[in-house]
Design a protein around this ligand. Structure first.
Ligand code: ZN
Length: 440
């Protein structure tokens, strides 16, 4: 079966500005009509690489009940990203409202100061305050689970389960079991969460009835490293379990959770959905593999929808639920990419998605005008905290609870974090990034 790629929509700066203007006018009028409801909590779910084209396609088939419910109850549309489309830059822009030049995390890895090889970007490289710092400093409680570059964990008012927790668990499993967990460097703040999270990863689950489509690795092309995809499947479940646990324990005013799975799986399987015309040789496998890839890709979206449902069902009508992705996907521009049949490098993949529902959020499908830089100012406004003038985005009119006077900056004072020592997850993370072709 063949799904032709859609033509990218022509987006000039002018037409975007026009759209943004129109959207603000339309939505502002919605905003005026609402009462001022009691402010609830906020959950922000980051899903790496969810494509507007595929999510649309699957919602139309009724395959994504939770995404569809969100779209029906609130707003849904493309979230404009900014290239180069490397996840850590974008997820830090989403969490700060600032460009990578300002926040400082421009890629996956950077040169060591000593000049001896590469190291991962980590939380100490972020030069500006993130949403969780600002909200925490305002006296509200925050939970952060698995967000990019959150190791070493920061001492926020709440809990931070860093993105080194799961790769370190993998590293520990593959090492000789002579290291006691007590000796390990904390990947969570407060440190007391370390054991709790460890038990959750090892003993609980699964959250959904979905079966791992990669469990039988013999049926998949070995180049796709099906064992790794199987890990990805299990990890998304574990991340959501950790997020639900943080939510149960703290009921924070703001919960942020990041799931990498769709990006990882789409790199291998995207060709099952779309192949660039004239680049049919970008699919160096047979029709049977094509069908399998397509079904597993769809299934992974459905699985993610089910995981999402488990979390957002915990949020009521006074709460703001927001789901975003950092970019979409596309078929490779170069032929013969045997391991990665999906990529995100051009304008065609530049839009992620934004779903939001909550008090005062209209029922609306929008076509543009909202960017990754708008997420942080919008959530701040919703919580009654003024966004800052040095942010590159603005509070999107449809979610603004009340007009707030902007402050000059939130980058005042230092960010307290745990000691910046190696977590033990570094090699595993670098290996995963190499497997995806993100680094050499
Ligand atoms: Zn990404």
């Amino acid at each position: 079966m063949r799904v032709n790629r859609l033509q990218p929509r022509p987006h000039t700066r002018q037409s975007l500005m026009l759209l943004a203007g129109l959207l603000c006018v339309v939505l502002f009028s919605f905003g005026c009509e609402r009462d001022s409801p009691e402010r609830g909590r906020v959950v922000l779910v980051g899903l790496d690489g969810v494509s507007p084209r595929l999510v649309d396609y699957l919602m139309a088939r009724g395959a994504l009940p939770n995404f569809s419910r969100l779209a029906k109850a609130g707003v849904f549309g493309p979230l404009r990203s900014e290239g180069p489309l490397f996840s850590p830059r974008i997820w830090n822009s989403i969490a700060t409202g600032k460009s990578p030049e300002k926040h400082g995390i421009e890629f996956f890895v950077t040169q060591r100061a000593s000049g001896t090889g590469l190291r991962l970007f980590d939380s100490t490289d972020r030069r500006v305050h993130a949403l969780w710092n600002i909200v925490s400093d305002a006296g509200l409680e925050v939970g952060v689970v698995n967000w990019w570059n959150t190791y070493p964990p920061e001492k926020i008012n709440g809990a931070m389960v860093s993105d080194h927790v799961l790769p370190r668990a993998v590293a520990e499993r593959t090492q000789m079991a002579d290291e006691s967990p007590e000796a390990a460097t904390p990947c969570c703040f407060p440190i007391s969460w370390e054991n709790r999270v460890g038990l959750l990863i090892e003993r609980e689950g699964p959250l959904t009835a979905f079966a791992d489509p990669f469990a039988d690795e013999t049926v998949w092309p070995p180049l796709w490293q099906p064992k790794r995809l199987s890990h990805v499947f299990a990890e998304d479940d574990a991340i959501m379990r950790m997020a639900i646990d943080v939510d149960e324990q703290l009921q924070p005013d703001l919960l942020m959770v990041f799931l990498p799975g769709i990006d990882r799986v789409s790199h291998r399987l995207w060709g099952g959905f779309e192949i660039r015309e004239g680049h049919e040789d970008a699919w160096p496998y047979g029709e049977a593999e094509r069908r399998m890839a397509r079904e597993a890709l769809f299934e992974y979206y459905e699985y993610t929808d089910a995981l999402l449902g488990q979390l957002i069902d915990r949020y009521g009508k006074n709460d703001l639920v927001m789901v975003v992705s950092d970019h979409g996907f596309e078929s490779p521009h170069r032929p013969g990419i045997a391991e990665n049949t999906g990529t995100h490098v051009s304008e065609e993949a530049i839009d992620g998605v934004l779903f939001a529902r909550g008090p005062g959020v209209p029922h609306l499908r929008f076509e543009g005008g909202v960017s990754i830089y708008d997420v942080t100012p919008t959530i701040l406004s919703w919580l009654g905290i003024p966004p800052a003038l040095d942010m590159d985005g603005r509070s999107v009119a449809f979610l603004k609870s009340a007009p707030l006077k902007l402050v000059a900056t939130h980058d005042v004072g230092s960010i307290d974090r745990l000691e910046a020592v190696p977590s033990g997850a570094e090699e595993e993370i670098i290996m995963q990034l190499r497997g995806l072709g993100y680094i050499e």
